[in-house]
Design a binder for this molecule. Structure first.
Ligand code: PMP
Length: 413
């Protein structure tokens, strides 16, 4: 898939210095963008993207949903709408959350956002003043790091293992830093692929109450499990930990399971926080596209989601297994990783065994020469990057190409 990266090259004619806001000093263009520019090279097999596979999109279902949206309520689908979201979609999303165990979420307990990315931005806008501390996982989603930094957050990294964030360490960091909030991707995190254990989920919620701390659960991948379902989301579990619900924000998204182009996400949280987020959203995009919202509402109403989920889970599961097996075979002791149980990514660490390459950035360059791309892991750390790490996405590559790509990676190592 082509990745378009704008290259706003400076020209000699640019003599005017734009008076940028100071907040831009806190962020920089990601190193990964440079890598993406190389992906257009012919013949490259790319494990670098963070996208779902376009071939998985239920085009017929979405076409029917568009038709239904225009036939049944063209006014709602094409007119300006409420900033909180298109009410039929809020109802469908509440029902979707209920079907996933968060039984007490009502339509008015959530607002619709333009992708969950906008939810993160609204959290930055409403909660972060310059110098505020925010705890994130190390590693975490790159755009979150950039987004919170844009608002001046000082990010603290909590270490992660195969079972997700290490709750003992997290508790120490919360006690020490008293953060504005803690941002976690508990289920098949990007990039870690890790799944937070049930025991740790309960501890996180108990910690929220004990330390009076706001927790943000970002959950765009929770539906993409390969075998048994993951433990309940923090949102669903919060019903069992008194006091935790009012200290919890949950961001959801249709991007990874239905279509990222629709830009439909949502945010569940305390009413006063949602009210302020809605006010900020009003100044930003007025509301998420009513056309996209009405389409998503019709899609969910038509009951197509379970079949779509079954299909994508099967395809991604097969790709994940193929990639895991190929990595073990082709790279042997040069690499270590936990086989993902869901999501889109294998998160791996170069061991340097036998004097082999141990730096993800160095390997990425060599790999491009061999015709395979992935993303080095270091940029995903807000602090103290582990340069031996890498993120490999199996989502958009067919089984044969996965084998071939991992073979090339083996040569590069
Ligand atoms: N959070 C995480 C962890 C993600 O990986 C992504 C997409 N890569 C997003 C949020 C944003 O997704 P969207 O805005 O498409 O819902």
């Amino acid at each position: 898939m082509a990745v378009v990266v704008h290259d706003f090259t400076e020209t000699a004619a640019m003599t005017f210095a734009i008076p940028f806001a100071d907040r831009l000093n806190n962020v920089e263009t990601s190193a990964i963008r440079e890598l993406f520019k190389l992906l257009g090279k012919p013949g490259i097999i790319s494990f670098a993207g963070g996208f779902p596979d376009s071939a998985m999109f239920d085009v017929d279902g979405i076409r029917e949903a568009v038709n239904a949206a225009l036939t049944e309520e063209a006014g709602g689908a094409l007119q300006y709408g409420a900033t909180e979201g298109y009410q039929p979609l809020r109802e469908q999303l509440a029902a979707f959350m209920t079907s996933k165990g968060a039984k007490d979420v009502a339509a008015n307990d959530l607002i619709v956002t333009t992708g969950s990315q906008q939810g993160l931005d609204l959290l930055g806008k409403t909660l972060v003043s310059p110098g505020d501390k925010v705890i994130v996982e190390g590693p975490t989603f790159l755009a979150t790091i950039q987004c919170f930094r844009l608002y001046g957050a000082e990010l603290i990294s909590a270490p992660v293992d195969g079972d997700g964030v290490k709750t003992d360490e997290l508790e120490k960091l919360i006690a020490e830093h008293k953060p504005k909030f803690v941002y976690l991707i508990p289920t098949f995190g990007n990039p870690s692929g890790a799944m937070l254990s049930l025991e740790r989920r309960k501890k996180v919620l108990e910690m929220a109450v004990k330390h009076d701390t706001l927790i943000v659960e970002d959950d765009p991948y929770g539906d993409l499990y390969f075998g048994a379902p993951p433990p309940p989301s923090l949102l669903a579990l919060s019903a069992t930990v008194p006091g935790s619900r009012e200290r919890l924000v949950h961001c959801g998204s249709l991007s990874k399971v239905l279509s990222p182009g629709l830009r439909v996400g949502w945010m569940v949280g305390p009413a006063d926080l949602l009210a302020k987020a809605t006010m900020c959203k009003q100044f930003s995009d007025a509301h998420t596209s009513t056309f996209a919202q009405a389409t998503a509402a019709q899609y969910l109403k038509a009951g197509r989601m379970p079949a779509t989920l079954d299909k994508v889970r099967k395809v991604y599961a097969e790709r994940a297994t193929t990639m895991g097996n190929a990595l073990r075979r082709e790279l042997g002791d040069a690499i270590e990783f936990v086989q993902p149980q869901g999501g889109l990514f294998v998160w791996a660490r170069l061991t340097g065994a036998g004097g082999k390459v141990a730096d993800g950035g160095e390997l990425a360059k060599r790999a491009i020469e061999k015709g395979v791309a992935f993303v080095p892991g270091a940029p995903f750390y807000a602090r103290n990057p582990d340069h031996a790490t890498l993120r490999l996405s199996f989502a958009t590559v067919g089984l044969e190409k996965i084998e071939e790509g991992v073979g090339r990676l083996g040569q590069a190592v």
